[in-house]
Design a protein around this ligand. Structure first.
Ligand code: UD1
Length: 420
């Protein structure tokens, strides 16, 4: 198992490029099996979660070729409707395969995905939505047996705008008879990317990005070529890297609207930004002060609110800000695993329930710490960039679930980080 060694205190400079979004490519890989024709995906990120999803696709009969950052998938010959346990346990978000397999095979068997590092993560909203489409779901011995012989469009109101439930229902509904409306749908950019991908194969989905999504069932899909959106959380991570080290960098290949909530918070902390709107994708320059200012209160919310996936990263920057900051985590119940590790590095943080109070300190000290989850692990990398001396981060398999060569990209802008 790898570790990161970081020698902190270096300023960062130069340009760094963001790659395709993990949370966009995962549901898109599930959606690939809606068609029987070839799909070409450009700019896919090399991540452990993506590899796992590709193994699931292979196990049900997809043929996959890779050429650098291009994936060529032939889903013409899918024979299985059993989604293998091993991978579902490994990567929780593979639950979106359920909607796609139901659409294609009209039945599916999947193991019940358990909780994970950041919380319980129930799937009741996914199952309620699928049942409303006419899917008959029975549970036995930890498995969900699903039959979808008569799927028909329905009017579905989600109790909460769950990202995964919205995606799962969208996927199943593409092959249901008639029109499905999802109300109180998640509005995350990855949902819009999924809509655009499905439509690029001949689907009829509209409304993604708003809280009402309409899906007209279609009979068949054609081939497609598609480029996934850049990863807004990876972009945010580089902005935090600059902010915590008092540096000036340019982050390329971003969609400015997608990172607005993070930019606003870092502006409050004293950073200045230069947006570059290009013909294709945008870039953003960030210039951070020597010492950040505290941010009065940050609350995580569904998009376009401040993303829960940036909570730990923002907290790491605030550990060295001048003054006291408050963060409330509203989405997941167990998302402060990075706090004891940041405290080992000299941070002053108190938590109570879903609230963290961060009293800024002038210096962090390098220490041996351990990544407990993906974004919490990345937050420790950020703290290591700023800390005096050497930081060793253990358990980086969590980080590598969501960051493709984070060490290499950070080195390219001047960080002293290596994988050991
Ligand atoms: C997705 C993202 C994850 C991000 C999260 C919130 C992927 C692969 N992962 O996760 O990075 O942190 O959105 O932006 O895209 N809930 C229920 N019942 C359900 C489903 C969800 O109670 O059936 C609850 C969850 O426990 C959680 C909240 O709703 O408290 C949000 O979950 P959801 O939006 O579904 O997140 P994910 O799709 O799992």
């Amino acid at each position: 198992m790898g570790k990161f060694r970081i020698r902190g205190g270096r300023k960062l400079e130069g340009n760094v490029k963001v790659i395709g979004a993990k949370n966009a490519i995962l549901p898109i890989l599930a959606a690939v099996i809606l068609t029987r024709k070839q799909v070409v995906l450009y700019d896919f990120p090399h991540l452990a979660d993506v590899e796992n999803m590709l193994l699931i696709l292979k196990s049900i009969g997809c043929r996959i070729k890779r050429e650098n950052s291009t994936l060529i998938i032939d889903p013409s010959d899918i024979k299985s409707w059993m989604i293998p346990d091993r991978h579902v346990k490994e990567i929780r978000s593979s639950i979106v395969m359920l909607g796609a397999v139901l659409a294609r095979m009209k039945k599916a068997v999947i193991t019940y995905p358990g909780g994970c590092e950041i919380g319980q993560r129930p799937i009741n909203l996914h199952l309620q939505g699928l049942r409303q489409l006419g899917v008959v779901i029975t549970e036995s011995h930890g498995y969900l047996h699903c039959e979808a012989a008569n799927m028909a469009g329905a009017d579905i109101h989600l109790d909460y705008p769950s990202v995964g439930a919205t995606e799962n229902i969208m996927l199943a509904a593409t092959c249901a008879k008639g029109r499905t409306t999802i109300r109180n749908a998640a509005k995350e950019p990855e949902i819009t990317d999924l809509q655009n991908f499905i439509n690029s194969m001949g689907g009829k989905v509209s409304g993604a990005g708003s809280n009402t999504i309409v899906i007209e069932g279609v009979e068949s899909f054609h081939e497609t070529e598609y480029t996934v959106i850049p990863d807004r959380i990876v972009a945010g991570t580089y902005l935090i890297a600059a902010a915590i080290t008092g540096s000036e960098i340019v982050v390329e290949n971003v969609i400015l609207d997608h990172i607005q909530a993070v930019v606003n918070k870092l502006r409050e902390a004293g950073c200045t930004f230069t947006p570059y709107r290009g013909k294709g994708l945008d870039a953003i320059g960030i210039k951070a002060p020597e010492r950040l200012r505290a941010i009065e209160h940050t609350k995580t919310h569904p998009y376009p609110g401040f993303p829960t996936d940036m909570q730990a990263l923002l907290m790491s920057a605030l550990t060295v800000a001048e003054g006291t900051s408050i963060i409330t985590e509203n989405i997941f119940e167990n998302r402060f695993k990075h706090v004891p590790e940041l405290i080992r590095m000299g941070a002053c943080i108190r938590t109570e329930g879903k609230v963290a109070v961060i009293q800024g300190v002038p210096v962090l000290r390098g220490a041996e710490v351990s990544a407990g989850d993906l974004r919490g692990g990345a937050a420790l990398v950020m703290a290591g960039l700023r800390a005096e001396g050497e930081t060793i981060i253990d358990n980086i398999r969590h980080i590598e679930r969501g960051y493709d060569k984070l060490d290499m990209y950070l080195r390219s802008i001047g960080a002293d980080i290596e994988r050991i």
